[in-house]
Structures are given as C-alpha cells and as structure tokens.
Ligand binder design. Structure first.
Ligand code: NI
Length: 182
C-alpha cells in the first residue's frame, strides 16, 4: 500500500491518492457581493486550495475522504476571501472540520437558511451536522488552514449555494469582521 502523509503542523498532505484543486478570483464569478470589484482584481489570484486524500471511489458507501483547505487572506469589495460553500448531495451526511492555522469563521446554514458562525482558531474541532451548508471565511492576515473528514458518498451540491447563496456575508468593517444579512 502506498503511504500518504499529513504534516500535522501545516495540514499539508503528501504521497499517494491525492487530488489537488484551487479556485482563483476569475473562477469565483457571482460568489462575492461586489462583482465589479472581483472583475477588477487579478483573475489568476488564488483564493483557496484544497488537497484531498481519496482512497476509494467517490460515492462508495462506507468510505471516508480526508482533506485540507487553505483559504488565502484577502477581500473582494470588503468581503473576506471564502470558499464557495456547499450542502452535501446526500443531505444527511455530516463532516468534521478542524482548524490547523490562521483565524476565520465557519458559516453553517440550515435548509431553513438560518446561519450560525463558529470561530475557527487552531485546535477548534467543528462537527458539521447533516442538512447544513458549510463555508470557510478567512478573517485573518495569514492563510486559514482547515482539515476535514467526510463520507465518500456525501457528494457536493454547489449549485444550491450558487443559486441562493448564504443568508449572511462576512464583511471587513474598520478592519474587523462583521456579519451582514445577504
Ligand atoms: Ni462538505
């Protein structure tokens, strides 16, 4: 069996069965409130990266995936850099997130669109229940690094969030994060 390694200080994965992806400003059309501001920014600037260890086929019942997300510091029109966010395709599936580095917020939104935010600082372990959309927001000056573990058959439903968004946005107001209604 090929070895896969996780650096517990940085969250970085190396070795076998890894997938890497990233999202740039240019790929996040419609995600931030201020679309003209997004268009004025360098389109190749990276907003976040994901490394994932996927040892089984996606959708395989009983399997688990493990990943690390790194959200860069920055804002678009005063709105902090964040992930697209998603519900799981299989709505009942949960997930663990744990913060490794940086500071930020984890937004959790139920199907009733009620949103709560959890402070993500190193060491925080967050259980994301089923039927709950989740998004990471980097409110700090350093990269926000968060580990994750989720069922292989959970799937990602990005379309619902693309269409309806989250019910709150996290804005930088006088240098501090403030939640505003979307
Ligand atoms: Ni998830």
């Amino acid at each position: 069996m090929n070895l896969t390694l996780v650096d517990v200080m940085t969250g970085m994965l190396s070795g076998a069965d890894l997938e890497q992806s990233r999202k740039t400003i240019g790929e996040l059309r419609g995600v931030f409130a201020d679309e003209p501001a997004r268009q004025r920014m360098p389109q190749d600037r990276v907003v976040y990266r994901v490394q994932a260890h996927m040892p089984v086929e996606a959708k395989k019942p009983g399997g688990l995936f493990f990943g690390t997300s790194t959200v860069e510091p920055g804002t678009v029109g005063g709105e902090y850099f964040m992930t697209r966010g998603h519900f799981h395709s299989r709505r009942e599936t949960g997930e663990y997130y744990w913060c490794i580095k940086g500071e930020g917020l984890l937004l959790l939104m139920g199907e009733d669109r009620k949103t709560v935010s959890l402070n993500m600082t190193p060491g925080v372990l967050a259980y994301i229940p089923g039927f709950t959309a989740h998004r990471l927001v980097n409110t700090g000056a350093e990269p926000l690094v968060v580990g994750a573990c989720w069922p292989a058959d959970a799937g990602h439903d990005y379309a619902t969030i693309d269409r309806e968004g989250f019910s709150v946005r996290v804005m930088c107001v006088n240098g501090k994060p403030e939640l505003v209604e979307a």
